[in-house]
Design a protein around this ligand. Structure first.
Ligand code: ZN
Length: 456
């Protein structure tokens, strides 16, 4: 039987970017959008065009450069916002206008100061206007989960009648519980005329740590689009984490028999790129892409892993793009291996750039033997900032540990846990369990961010 296809709507560049410390400039947004395209998300919410010129420009340049994914621009339910969003989306091959309006009594009374009837009318008018410009219109009743259900049904019905093709049900304040959220989706499907003709979407915030659970409950109840963000960034405690949603469905198809078009091997590179751009590190124990997500330190776990990875591993690091650290980068590594590792760290290069990085890499590898990811990232940064090569490989030794230093990470055990691990690289798991975690020789300029980037 064919599994229902779930549309992955990425809002890293909109809701995610709105969160404190995560703002990005136009170039950074474009770079991340290109990575999201490689990742295979279906919809990229590129920004909120009326919010600022920078947002407008970002939506415009992403629209102009990506052809495959749908590009969405956010708009409040008013003509000016909708027009501005549409203007920004002009170059898009597949534009979507995303209109939102709060519907809960508390928002109507204190934020918007309008009646329910006015709210209904405003939603209908804005969707109708958006529809007159763009065939693909999404409507979100903000704070849906705290809206009286009967009124929510009326607003959603009005939006569908006015031409919305996707209705998104935001748990804006992260208040819902999984069963409750699933029931709400079920009620809408039961009571709203025309809802079977549109896509129902989830948009769950993580204030109680339930964003992913709520989204999955929504999918089980019939939602076919999930709004989510890389590393789970977003307002306050964040959005549903894209990587967790995708991998929950992939690892447990028995419970969640749904398909997405996401390329798992691009999850980790996407996470790395976002952390690098925003300089907001990921918590080490973050599911799927955290530094410790595949690390095994306890002796009994390591023993089990070496005998058979399935003892403690429900998915392989490779399936989410965590670099295989059995592949040590040294002076004998080829350009292909180098390009691949760069890609896994979230960097794609043109041929000429790669030539320069490779040239410096060989010099460095000659000096320090084993080139770690952190070295590579520094080297990439140096090339990008146009520093002369002596800065990287100079004899001062400021940037890199001396050649004699060997660096070991807890991750090494997990990453060495392939079928031939114990035969081919016994050295990587040498030392007893207690010694597996050896301190990493940071130099003075290493920040917390770089600590995170050591993660493989
Ligand atoms: Zn949100």
């Amino acid at each position: 039987m064919e599994r229902p296809r779930i549309t992955i709507f990425d809002t890293t560049l909109r809701d995610g970017e709105q969160s404190p410390g995560c703002s990005m400039n136009v170039q950074e947004k474009l770079r991340l959008a290109q990575q999201l395209d490689r990742l295979g998300v279906d919809v990229i919410e590129a920004g909120f065009p009326i919010a600022s010129d920078g947002d407008f420009e970002a939506v415009q340049s992403i629209s102009a450069s990506l052809r495959r994914p749908i590009i969405a621009g956010l708009a409040r339910a008013c003509t000016g916002d909708v027009d501005r969003a549409w203007q920004a989306l002009q170059g898009a091959a597949r534009p979507r206008i995303h209109v939102f309006l709060a519907t809960s009594d508390i928002h109507l009374k204190y934020k918007l100061r309008i009646t329910r009837e006015k709210c209904l009318e405003q939603a209908r008018d804005a969707v109708r206007h958006a529809k007159s410009l763009c065939p693909d219109v999404e409507f979100s009743p903000e704070d849906a989960t705290r809206t009286e259900v009967a009124f929510l049904c009326r607003v959603v019905e009005a939006a569908i009648a006015a031409g919305a093709t996707t209705v998104n049900i935001p748990d804006t304040v992260g208040y819902s519980m999984p069963e409750e959220y699933g029931n709400l989706i079920g009620t809408l499907r039961e009571k709203v005329t025309g809802i079977d003709k549109v896509t129902i979407s989830t948009h769950c915030h993580n204030d109680l740590g339930l964003a992913v659970a709520n989204s999955l409950a929504g999918v089980q109840a019939g939602a076919r689009q999930v709004e989510c963000a890389i590393n789970g960034i977003g307002e306050r405690a964040g959005n549903a984490s894209l990587e967790e949603i995708v991998m929950a469905m992939r690892v447990r198809p028995d419970r969640y028999p749904y398909e997405t078009a996401v390329a798992g091997e691009h999850l980790y590179p996407s996470s790395q790129m976002l952390a690098e751009i925003t300089r907001v590190p990921v918590q080490p124990n973050k599911a799927i892409i955290g530094r410790n997500a595949f690390a095994h330190e306890a002796g009994i776990h390591q023993d089990g892993m070496l005998k058979n990875p399935l003892t403690y591993e429900i998915m392989t690091p490779q399936s989410v793009g965590v670099p295989d650290s059995r592949l040590v980068l040294g002076k004998h590594s080829g350009r292909h291996a180098l390009a691949l590792r760069c890609e896994q760290l979230g960097h794609q290069f043109e041929r000429r750039e790669l030539d320069e990085i490779y040239r410096r890499f060989v010099i460095l590898a000659d000096r320090i033997k084993k080139v770690q990811d952190s070295h590579l990232l520094e080297l990439i940064q140096d090339v990008a900032s146009g520093n002369v090569s002596s800065d990287v490989t100079g004899s001062k030794g400021k940037k890199f540990p001396p050649a004699a230093a060997t660096l070991q990470f807890p991750r090494a055990v997990s990453a060495a846990a392939g079928p031939n691990a114990s035969d081919s690289h016994p050295a990587q798991v040498s030392g007893s369990a207690g010694q597996a975690s050896v301190s990493i020789p940071f130099t003075d300029h290493h920040s917390e961010q770089e600590d995170y980037l050591w993660g493989v």
